[in-house]
Write a protein that binds this ligand. Sequence first.
Ligand code: TXA
Ligand code: MG
Length: 321
Amino acid sequence: MIVPADSSFLDRAAEIIRSGGLVAIPTETVYGLGADALNPAACARIFAAKKRPFFDPLIVHISDIEMLKTVVSSVPEKAQRLMDLFWPGPLTFVLPRSAAVPDIATSGLPTVAVRMPAHPAAREIIRRSGTPIAAPSANPFGYISPTTAAHVEAQLGDDVDLIIDGGSCSVGVESTIVSFQESVIRLLRPGGISREDLESAVGEIFTDISSDEAIHAPGMLDSHYAPKARLVLISEDDPVTPSFNSALLSFRKPVQDGFKASEVLSVSGDLSEAAVNLFAAMRRLDESGAEIIYAHRVPEHGLGDAVMNRLRKAAAQRITH
Ligand code: TXA
Ligand code: MG
């Protein structure tokens, strides 16, 4: 059931979380499927609803910096600097976990992913629950992430106890994930905070994922964020012949006639606007019934990194579905 983010429903959401239930929560990135992060049975319900493999760890969301101490055992100095700059916001830190975090939330890893979201309704639900909330994106595993309450309802409506409507997500792609090992900072997933912004605060950030991390952080699975249609990446200047079984996801060019459906991500070529529109546009094209979606590559800087990362994964051959 979709309900507005008013005070009585925020209380109801908190009650459900405290009693081990599932609440779909608006965040500025995408909608999350939330449960009490410290309750293993509640976390298990997340995996069941999403059909998510247990080896894919969850992100734990906190409402304030006090709560950070509940879930992590230490915070490196550069992580602290990034938290001061970008929290609350779309940045997730992989840090040594505390004993309070159950194995199921971290897939047994010695680290935990933690984020303080900017969306006021998300923080308020966490605060009223009095517990950190584990929340992956509220979509079936491998499918396009939801950026509206209606997207959640369409796919997980029967599996969640409540859906809080906090409007359309203002960032539109998931958080950037960074890990810290000694003095090395690694970018595990590009997202709502650009690499450039992170590097101007703390210097170089590496992207070479060690094989260990690749195994342990299978959000890195090649295929993800995928529509049912086959997605094919093309350049803006590549000629494509429109047809009635194909759709076009254009970066900024006005679309030509003849496609079954088409969407433009940002007429002005603004990469942040493209990120905001990406998942909803992919979803509409998929719902058109087109068999092939041609998608324009976008420049890989700023939020364009995250957009291209999601497009590549959507284009990768499916492993599960
Ligand atoms: O914006 C977001 O981050 C959204 C909203 C709801 O906050 N959440 C989200 O969660 O994108 P999810 O489950 O779709 O992605 C979580 C990813 C995992 O797939 C994994 O790659 C990484 O976070 N992760 C979690 N714990 C980790 C750990 N201990 N070490 C490395 N990566 C981890
Ligand atoms: Mg996800």
